[in-house]
Design a protein around this ligand. Structure first.
Ligand code: TRP
Length: 337
């Protein structure tokens, strides 16, 4: 049996929030402690260009996301932790894969189709209005990320599953055309990792602007948690845990026993205000040590930079020879040798 290679990317937009932590960062760090498997985590900064973000925001987000993973204890001796743009072989492979990607496949990408639909609904004459080629070709860059390191398992949210399947399609087509080269990846949708809801009850997401930043200080954390939507049940009235954002959030941080205690409190009618108070204290206690480290790293970005550079050197030990082999395969060769 070959060992599994796990790989996942984080687009460098926005600041890490507790939904990212519970859904991706924490499970990623836990998984990377299994020394019998390999792990690649990287900052997908070229992906952030699809949305033409403000340059300063992209670089700030890169710093914050990298600092978060480091502060939370990712072991960068074992896991590969790097920035996509430090591996020039990735965009190079992207172009090579573009030659093996059916345009029709890209037409079917959900993210592209959603952008077109928004234009149509907005009565735009051009259904492609404002859609860049970076948005359109986004899945090919993602395929390069995945295929470069021969990943077998790609932990992603449900919304990214189709992209992983596209990477698989492209790999298959390449292998069929040029001979076995790429390993076929599989999406790993964490079933027991919680998808947290945000302040307004919808999925916590930077695109809904309903997030709680992971390293908000206690005051800010309290302010945001106080804003979480609840129903109008009075103190003393029994409350349902199903559909309660506060309960889900508590459960995502607490042990099984603690969660059971809270369930009893719901049944006996805990006041929403008290539950919010408990939640603030609980999350704050858990996050505090990492927050101190995070603040230290944000104040000294050179430490983060050197971690990323170190990660890129390791990752390129794989990427450089593999790309060399791929170029040979497709006929981009030195002459006369
Ligand atoms: N597109 C992913 C997201 O927005 C991020 C990403 C980029 C990624 N490259 C990847 C995820 C490769 C998994 C594998 O969430």
């Amino acid at each position: 049996m070959t060992t599994d290679i796990y790989l996942t990317g984080i687009t460098t937009t926005g600041t890490p929030h507790i939904g990212n932590y519970v859904g991706a960062i924490r499970p990623g760090i836990t998984a990377s402690k299994d020394l019998s498997t390999q792990h690649f985590y990287f900052l997908a900064d070229y992906h952030s260009l699809a949305k033409n973000e403000d340059p300063d925001k992209i670089s700030q987000s890169t710093l914050e996301i990298a600092a978060a993973w480091l502060a939370l204890g990712l072991d960068t001796e074992h896991a590969y932790f790097y920035r996509q743009s430090d591996i020039p072989e990735i965009p190079e492979l992207t172009w090579i894969l573009t030659g093996m990607t059916a345009k029709g496949l890209m037409n079917r990408a959900h993210s592209y189709k959603a952008a077109v639909q928004a234009n149509v609904q907005g009565n735009n004459k051009d259904p492609d209005k404002g859609i860049t080629m970076a948005l359109y070709s986004y899945p090919i860059l993602m395929a390069a990320d995945i295929l470069m390191f021969k990943s077998t398992k790609v932990p992603v949210g449900q919304d990214q599953k189709q992209h992983v399947e596209m990477a698989r399609d492209v790999a298959q087509r390449f292998n069929h055309h040029y001979g076995e080269t790429f390993v076929l990846p599989e999406a790993l949708i964490g079933e027991d990792t919680a998808v947290l809801k945000g302040l307004d009850g919808r999925k916590m997401s930077k695109s809904y602007n309903n997030t709680i930043p992971l390293f908000a200080d206690e005051k800010r954390l309290r302010k945001l948690i106080m804003k979480i939507k609840t129903n109008s049940l009075e103190p003393g009235e029994p409350k349902d845990i199903d559909g309660s954002t506060l309960y889900d959030m508590y459960k995502a941080f607490a042990s099984v026993e603690e969660t059971r205690d809270i369930e009893e409190k719901y049944a006996s009618g805990i006041a929403w205000g008290e539950m919010k108070q408990i939640l603030v204290e609980y999350i704050n206690e858990q996050i505090k040590p990492a927050r101190e480290e995070y603040d230290r790293l944000i104040a000294d970005p050179a430490i983060v930079e050197s971690e990323l550079v170190k990660g890129a050197i390791r990752a390129r030990e794989i990427a450089v020879p593999f790309l060399e082999q791929i170029r040979e395969t497709i006929g981009i060769r030195k002459l006369g040798s």
